[in-house]
Design a protein around this ligand. Structure first.
Ligand code: NAD
Length: 290
């Protein structure tokens, strides 16, 4: 058996097309959706992520404001910028690219965002809304994974989903979304006993551990749908390469599998722009077509 490759690029392109149409409608009603992106320091991977986000925003008609700040920025200066963006009615979404330099308290910065502009969904108000099943902004990567799973399987109800990784950014919100979709959910993490046996029970396996090749063939039930969130830079004689958390041999047993790159990554950016649009719509309900 050989797994179907889940084409995240194509799924993201479809979603971006829908976002572009809805952005055009909102603009026709006099609202220009806008996203502020804050990058502190010059981490090369973060610079690439930010560049991609800004490019895609322009493609769907979302205005972006890029704030590139020095690595030695004081926390108080960053909080002042966030306060100004929170108060600016022409800015609907604010994204602070992580990680932040060590002198800045990441949690304090994320809690300073106005929850209805927190397009990454990391503010405790949005985290709480997700846990309670109430409307709010949902973290982009797990929201993208959920869409890919629903494209593959339709109704997820009753399926056993195992999520490897319990970070606030991916693992925990992924588990909350799968629970909301009526899956039976198991969270596996670095202290779990016999991760392989737990994962082998999964109809849906989401790997988000940041460990190259962690999920091997003996972790996967034949026919399972496997979502590989991992993005790991591995050095080779021929240069650096990006690999996921799932070993390539898993393609022989899984029913469907996301590639790295070209799987979850493109969906994350599409969901960010989707969140920016919905933030603008919620802030200006009159600009939404009825
Ligand atoms: P993290 O380091 O914050 O969390 C990793 C989690 O994996 C932890 O909860 C840890 O308990 C668990 N873990 C680590 N080793 C394990 C093991 N051997 N067995 C079981 N569990 C283990 O990472 P993160 O921010 O959640 O990111 C995870 C991966 O996803 C990284 O590779 C990251 O680059 C990638 N990522 C990709 C996207 C995307 O758009 N595709 C977005 C965010 C993160």
């Amino acid at each position: 058996m050989s797994a179907r490759l889940i084409d995240g690029k194509a799924a993201a392109a479809r979603l971006l097309q829908e976002v572009a149409q809805d952005v055009a409608e909102v603009r026709a009603r006099g609202i220009q959706p806008a996203l502020a992106v804050i990058l502190v320091g010059s981490d090369p991977a973060s610079q690439v992520y930010v560049r991609n986000k800004l490019r895609r925003a322009a493609e769907v008609g979302i205005r972006s404001l890029s704030h590139e700040l020095p690595a030695d920025l004081e926390q108080i200066e960053l909080l002042a910028l966030i306060a100004a963006l929170n108060a600016n009615p022409e800015v609907h979404g604010i994204l602070v690219q992580l990680p932040l330099p060590p002198q800045i308290d990441e949690a304090a910065v994320l809690q300073a965002l106005r929850p209805d502009k927190d397009v990454d969904g990391f503010h405790r108000e949005n985290v709480g809304a997700l846990a309670l099943g109430q409307p709010g902004l949902v973290p982009c990567t797990p929201a993208g994974c959920l869409r890919l799973l629903q494209d593959q399987l339709g109704d997820l109800s009753g399926r056993h989903a195992v999520v490897v990784g319990r970070s606030n950014i991916v693992g925990k919100p992924m588990a909350a979304l799968l629970l909301q979709a009526h899956c039976t959910v198991t969270l596996v993490h670095s202290r779990s006993r016999d991760a392989a046996a737990l994962c082998r029970q999964a109809d849906i396996l989401v790997a988000a551990a940041g460990q190259p090749g962690l999920v091997t063939v003996d972790w996967v039930k034949p026919g399972a749908v496997v979502i590989d969130v991992g993005i790991n830079r591995v050095e080779h004689a021929a240069g650096a390469r990006l690999v996921g958390d799932v070993a390539p041999e898993v393609a022989a047993v899984a029913g469907a599998l996301t590639p790295v790159p070209g799987g979850v990554g493109p969906m994350t950016i599409a969901l960010l722009l989707h969140n920016t649009l919905s933030a603008a719509q919620r802030q200006h309900p009159h600009a939404v077509a009825t």
